[in-house]
Design a protein around this ligand. Sequence first.
Ligand code: ADP
Length: 413
Amino acid sequence: MPLPWLVAPLLGVMVLGAVAMAVVLRRIAAALGLAPGLWPPGLWPWPGRLLDQARRLRRVGSEQAAALARLVQAGAIIIERLPDPLIVLDAARTVRQANDAARAAFGEDIAAVLRHPVLRAAIERAYAGRTTETATFSLPVPIERNIRARVVHLLQELPDGGIVIVVLGDRSREQAVERMRADFVANASHELRTPLASLIGFIETLQGPAADDAEAQRRFLAIMAEQAQRMNRLIDDLLSLSRIEVVEHQPPEGAVDLAMLVRGIAESFELRLEARHMRLTLDLAALPRRLPGDADQLAQVIQNLLDNAVKYGREGGLVSVTARAESRAGRAGVALIFEDDGLGIPRADLPRLTERFYRVDRGRSRAAGGTGLGLAIVKHVLNRHRGALTIASEEGKFSRFTVWLPTPPGPES
Ligand code: ADP
């Protein structure tokens, strides 16, 4: 049974406590900047709002965390997919990530690459100076490769701890191309210098010892004319090759009646065929009337292959040009086959025949007026036409050069 005299003081204490709590809560609300103006009128709506704010803060926090995670993932994907080999190192020089290109290029050897003294020195310089460094070095195994590395200090750590990236570029291919260019210039100069030296020699002889020798003059002038023509052919072929290379990546415009082209060029060979007692047969019925292509360039292909068949074919032998429809790798096309029953080509030489200045027998090619560029020109023209050249031969029996060209679908072909 509560004592009635206690009720009033208790009520008073409760009211005072409620007021004090309200004041404290209002202070907290003001400190947190939570809409103090809206409170009071009621005491209880405010803690409700506080809860809402807390929930909102939590939601914003988790959204930011998800965005950050997405960003980290995007960064990792970009690094993974970059075409250049790329390695990410952390502050302890440990590999954090090596992308697909790096794994493909170096596989298990990534650690060995990073241990190369030249690259290691560049990495240490980048760490020490927070700079970008470069290094060039070669890896001897499994095949010698020339590597150019860029080491970049990122200044700010990546979310996974990465701080230095190493980008590796394989310069071997680039260097091979540079070497090929240098070889080409050397070869071309050599090819031109030989007839030029001979011309200079004959001119000196004609000016000196043979000045009054009419018979020697006649002989020498004939040789000089031949040497000058050789230089002319060489320059023509060099120019053709460089003109073809310039447009090699542009598909040819225009259309060609290949059968008519072959017949026209074959006629121009009549005298040479006769001189070597050779016979030429044409079977061109399978050729479409109109084939997309560059007439001048395809004429050069036919000219060069017929020229070789006559040059290297058997005296008194047979040369044939045969056409047949042929699909390759699901593409419709036509094959034009040039065959002779002459010297043939050793198997080991077959893969190199289309290289510039490559000849099986240098002396024989020169004697026949060859420049060593004919098949290189054929190859580049066919590349431009998305076609192909295949060579088959048996030494002493036959040589067969097959020109394949794609035909477009439709009634035209
Ligand atoms: P070349 O001007 O020397 O004939 P090509 O590039 O046309 O240059 O040919 C390269 C080499 O391929 C020739 O030197 C020759 O050794 C060989 N060759 C080409 N065609 C034939 C063929 N029909 N029979 C035998 N050898 C051939």
